[in-house]
Design a protein around this ligand. Structure first.
Ligand code: AVI
Length: 387
């Protein structure tokens, strides 16, 4: 989405983009409106489209706001992180770099694979228990979702909430403003009773901003087993930060994949079609594209292993032979030994005891857990304990 750069006199830069998705067929391109004070309006006027945009806001002012807190390209650190990761022993890459455009589409394909049961299992739970889940939280609920992405599972909970209350305020937080924009537009078309106040931000920045405004009873969502990709310390940090924006009695619905047979887990991360391998290798393709490297993808092999002691599936890229790769943008030649592995992702698996401990250590209580019919995946209601 195009954004007009206007320097803020003080405090963090914040663009407030308001869009009326119902009045404009293509709100991404036609109904941009920037409002954070007079100067933004002036900037709009200079571009000659202020009148159209002001109308867009006036007609449906309350429906959709995006607070864009992403101060710079969130991936601008790629070069630095690659330099650091390749200098570490063993070499490693950060999993957040999986999700460029191709990587995001490969991840969507992973969610359709027969071996990757996680998405279907969580969906099954939400289809079956959404009413029960929302009934476990009393009062008029505001829905907050961390890492909402396409918000496809969220709609099951929105439907259940709207069976219980006449309107709903939804606060999605995601690093991608464009994902927020398109998912919000689709949700608003389906649910006229919805008001959306979205935050394009990393989790911690989004939570810090959300904490500034009081909210009534809140149900927070962290779905898709996204908690799996946090190392244990970071999972604690994240849940504590989330707990800070909630009040006693508010709740978090946490989707968490469960510990199980090695064969099932390893197949989920090493599917027969090779989609997860492509997802993993796309990291190298991305470094080739963006940092002018010359990784030969055929010289690296995708490896997925369950480490039972650590309770995590690890993904690696293994060098098939001794080789030297040049990363042009870093002016860096990197040598790999035959069989040398770069660690690309951890996906932690939980059991119910571990989930209770996680809740207790972060100011929650695990009040209820729903499982899918194969008992592979858990949806956990963490209720915020007394302040
Ligand atoms: C996003 N996350 C929960 C996925 C997982 O299962 O850990 C990422 C993934 N990596 C390989 N397949 C899926």
């Amino acid at each position: 989405m195009p954004q007009v750069e206007v320097a803020e006199p003080q405090g963090p830069r914040q663009l407030l983009i308001e869009i009326d998705p119902l009045s404009y067929p293509d709100p991404v391109n036609s109904a941009r409106y920037l409002r954070a004070g007079k100067r933004e309006v002036e900037a709009s006027a200079i571009r000659g489209d202020a009148v159209l945009e002001t109308q867009a806001v006036a007609r449906n002012q309350e429906k959709f706001l995006i607070h864009n807190l992403v101060k710079r390209d969130p991936l601008a650190g790629l070069a630095e992180d690659v330099r650091r990761g390749l200098a570490t022993q063993p070499k490693r890459f950060l999993p957040k770099y999986f999700y460029d455009q191709l990587g995001s589409q490969l991840f969507e394909a992973i969610c359709l694979l027969p071996e990757y049961y996680l998405t279907r299992a969580e969906n099954e739970i939400l289809v079956r228990y959404a009413d029960e889940i929302v009934a476990s939280v009393t009062g008029d609920i505001t829905l907050l979702e961390m890492g909402s992405g396409s918000a496809s599972k969220t709609r099951l909970l929105i439907e259940a909430l709207l069976r219980k209350q006449p309107e709903l305020r939804f606060i999605p937080v995601d690093i991608s403003a464009s994902a927020l924009d398109s998912s919000s537009r689709i949700l608003l078309q389906s649910f006229p009773q919805l008001r959306i106040e979205a935050y394009a931000a990393d989790y911690f920045a989004g939570l810090a901003e959300i904490a500034k405004k009081p909210r009534p009873r809140t149900l927070a969502l962290f779905l898709g087993s996204n908690i799996s990709n946090f190392d244990p310390d970071d999972a604690l940090k994240f849940l504590r930060a989330l707990r800070q924006v909630l009040r006693a009695g508010d709740a978090l619905l946490l989707g968490a994949d469960l510990k199980k047979d090695r064969a099932v887990l390893e197949a989920a991360y090493d599917d027969a079609l090779g989609v997860t391998a492509a997802f993993n290798l796309n990291l190298l393709a991305r470094i080739n594209r963006e940092l002018r490297a010359d990784f030969n993808l055929r010289d690296f092999r995708h490896v997925a292993l369950y480490d039972e002691r650590e309770g995590r599936v690890e993904m690696h890229l293994e060098s098939a032979r001794e080789q030297t790769v040049n990363v042009g943008a870093l002016e860096l030649p990197i040598t790999f030994g035959e069989g040398e592995r770069m660690h690309t992702e951890n996906s932690y698996k939980y059991d119910l005891e571990g989930l209770s401990a996680l809740a207790a250590e972060t100011g929650f209580e695990r009040a209820e857990t729903w499982l899918d019919s194969n008992e592979r995946f858990s949806s956990n209601l963490f209720v915020a304990c007394g302040d």
